[in-house]
Design a protein around this ligand. Structure first.
Ligand code: ADP
Ligand code: 5GP
Length: 213
């Protein structure tokens, strides 16, 4: 799956974050800021949230169509999450990379691990809010999930964080404008906080459970 070395190739950047961290917000800002970067619009079988647009945020498809795409090997990677399915269009991504375009994909940890295997040269970025308490607040402020669904996403967040070591960089999304600068620095210059050097961050992250800020 790795691209032949002799062709011009763009770079693949994977951005992962616990749901509610602010990833969509940051991704939209990065795409405005870096016109040469293209976004891989995933396929999903979940329902659109208010304001989401088919073909821009996701390609919203049925479970039947998703399964047909799995059978047709149309996905670079796919994963089952929260009882729904999410997948990355293989042909679209490979074509952009062949054209020399840089591609940003928003994937869960399982998707990031698949990309790491398929394309060892991809850059994997994990984003987190400053504390788990702040993650909870952002999830509830978004008001797009029920309390039960938000709880499932918090449990999922702990599992994702446990698998953080596959990532190259940690991006702490505290102030949005700083986070944008961090993301741009990683994409343009390969400069960021290496995940391997950020182990001291996590005890404080989990220490703040519910305290109001
Ligand atoms: P995700 O795509 O990671 O699930 P969203 O982009 O939908 O998350 O953001 C979740 C909520 O957090 C939204 O209400 C968003 O406005 C808010 N948010 C995003 N980034 C920040 C930030 N740096 N500081 C405070 N709130 C933020
Ligand atoms: P949401 O439902 O909040 O938009 O996304 C839920 C999770 O699905 C997020 O962690 C997001 O990164 C992940 N996701 C979105 N698209 C894909 C995809 O194509 N593949 C994989 N593996 N995960 C995806």
């Amino acid at each position: 799956m790795d691209l032949p070395k002799d062709i011009k190739s763009g770079r693949l950047f994977v951005l992962s974050a616990p749901s509610g961290s602010g990833k969509s917000t940051l991704k939209d800002l990065a795409l405005q800021r870096l016109p040469e970067l293209v976004y891989s619009v995933s396929y999903t079988t979940r329902r659109p949230r208010p304001g989401e647009i088919d073909g821009r945020d996701y390609n919203f498809i049925s479970e039947e169509r998703f399964q047909a795409m799995v059978d047709g090997r149309d996905f670079l990677e796919w994963a089952g999450l929260f009882g729904r399915h999410y997948g990355t269009g293989r042909a679209w991504v490979l074509e952009r990379l062949r054209q020399g375009r840089d591609v940003l994909a928003d994937l869960d940890v399982t998707g990031a691990a698949s990309v790491r295997r398929l394309m060892p040269g991809a850059t994997l970025i994990f984003m987190a809010p400053p504390t788990v308490g702040e993650l909870r607040r952002r999830l509830s402020s978004r008001r797009t999930e029920s309390a039960e669904e938000a709880g499932r996403r918090l449990t999922q967040a702990r599992e994702e964080i446990a698998r953080r070591r596959i990532y190259d960089y940690l991006l702490i999304n505290d102030r949005l404008d700083d986070s944008l600068e961090q993301l741009v620095a990683i994409i343009k210059f390969g400069r960021g906080r290496p995940m391997a050097e950020m182990e001291n961050f996590w005890p404080a992250f989990f220490a703040d459970q519910d305290q109001p800020r």
